[in-house]
Design a protein. Structure first.
Length: 111
């Protein structure tokens, strides 16, 4: 009897961990899609905003080669902070609004 309880508990815990991992992955994918949608719609508005999006992608999304080679830890910054650093605070606000609109799934929200 004890063995059945231990195995059932272990299986339930493993299932819970798998569900949380999948929801974390799908939430991260939804955040990425929301950010990309905002960037694509922002780039279509006019040439100035298209240049801001190109600069944002180069500075904030991709990792520069110098940072890859450096062994010194770098300070992570949010989307809003990076957009403000490159001179596009309204783009950062638009990205923040879009990512805030993505809801967190229930079991993941409980943690």
């Amino acid at each position: 009897m004890r063995r059945i309880v231990i195995r059932s508990t272990a299986a339930g815990l493993a299932l819970f961990i798998c569900v949380i991992a999948y929801q974390g992955y799908s939430y991260a994918a939804a955040l990425g899609k929301a950010t990309e949608d905002v960037l694509n719609s922002w780039a279509k508005l006019n040439d100035v905003q298209s240049a801001e999006v190109s600069l944002y992608r180069a500075e904030c999304i991709s990792i520069p080669a110098s940072a890859k080679e450096s062994k010194v830890p770098v300070r992570l910054e949010s989307n809003t902070e990076c957009a403000a650093r490159i001179g596009a605070p309204t783009l950062g606000s638009a990205i923040e609004i879009a990512t805030d609109a993505v809801s967190v799934p229930a079991p993941l929200r409980w943690l």
